[in-house]
Write a protein that binds this ligand. Structure first.
Ligand code: SF4
Length: 286
């Protein structure tokens, strides 16, 4: 691998925004996203160009629920052939995986299950993945509110949310979406529902891509989406399924009333504080 490439732990690709669940705090806004056709040709072009200046340990394929994506296998093959990463992880709620998906499981390195306490059959998942791929199960006992429909005009608060953002700064959940590189999923999901300007890097049209990406990733300026996003500091709550048509109403409060101010203060002094959402992690090697 060329030493001069930008090295990252991960790159995330949303393979579908459809989901079989409708979780109250879905940070990818799947319950209200409009179905769109995934452009595999554009993905291939973007990865080929990105691969010249960027490498990551893991590409994480997520959604929505990835096993609802009709072209999941094709996407895995494109990612693998691009050589942009060392490993491929599919992130799923695990509820739809069955024998039919064995070929997909054979073609990935890790299956990561987010257990939302909605009836996951762990024994079945153990059997399906045994000897085929690594399995990681995250037991989510709580979630944090993802965004505010009303947002805030308070520039100081927006800056605090951005500065303490675990998603873009600590976990570095860089996203590749429809030809653009974003520093977090919210930068494109909130753009789509709030009609915001694009706050990402156009991979195919940007000439000095490496320098543009470096500047974008390290910028101290909040994104336009940060005005509505709660970053890592939304109030904590227990898992709930919400009817899709009522989902947006749940977020219809001003930012100021949706913030966990104690956690915000904690993150200011310790940037990688635990957000207390994951109770335990089970990890089983191949
Ligand atoms: S929109 Fe801003 S606050 Fe939200 S995840 Fe992205 S960088 Fe963080």
């Amino acid at each position: 691998m060329e030493k001069s490439k930008i090295i990252s732990e991960k790159l995330e690709i949303n393979v579908t925004n459809l989901c079989n669940l409708s979780c109250k705090g879905c940070s990818h806004l799947s319950p209200i996203c409009i179905k769109h056709k995934f452009d595999t040709e554009k993905l291939q072009l973007c990865l080929n160009k990105l691969n010249t200046i960027f490498h990551c340990e893991t590409v994480r394929l997520l959604g929505g629920e990835p096993f609802l994506a009709p072209n999941l296998q094709e996407i895995i093959n494109i990612v693998r052939n691009s050589q942009i990463c060392d490993n491929i992880t599919v992130v799923s709620n695990g509820l739809l995986i069955n024998e039919k998906h064995k070929q997909i499981l054979h073609s990935i390195d890790v299956l990561e299950i987010s257990d939302h306490h909605t009836g996951l059959n762990k024994e079945q998942i153990y059997k399906l993945t045994k000897g085929i791929c690594k399995l990681v199960i995250l037991d989510f006992e709580a979630f944090r509110l993802p965004y505010s429909e009303q947002g805030t005009q308070d520039k100081n608060l927006i800056e605090q949310i951005y500065k303490t953002c675990l998603i873009s700064k600590i976990w570095k959940c860089y996203n590749l979406e429809d030809g653009y590189f974003y520093k977090c999923p919210q930068a494109h999901t909130l753009k789509s529902i709030k009609n915001l300007s694009v706050d990402g890097i156009d991979i195919l049209k940007t000439h000095n891509l490496k320098s543009a990406l470096k500047n974008y990733i390290s910028s101290n300026c909040p994104l336009s989406a940060c005005k509505y996003c709660l970053g890592a500091v939304g109030k904590i709550y227990s898992q709930q399924q919400i009817k899709r048509k009522e989902w947006r109403k749940e977020q219809n409060q001003p930012t100021e009333s949706m913030i966990d101010y104690d956690f915000l203060e904690k993150l200011k002094t310790k940037a990688n504080s635990n957000n207390n959402c994951v109770k335990s992690i089970i990890s089983k090697e191949k």
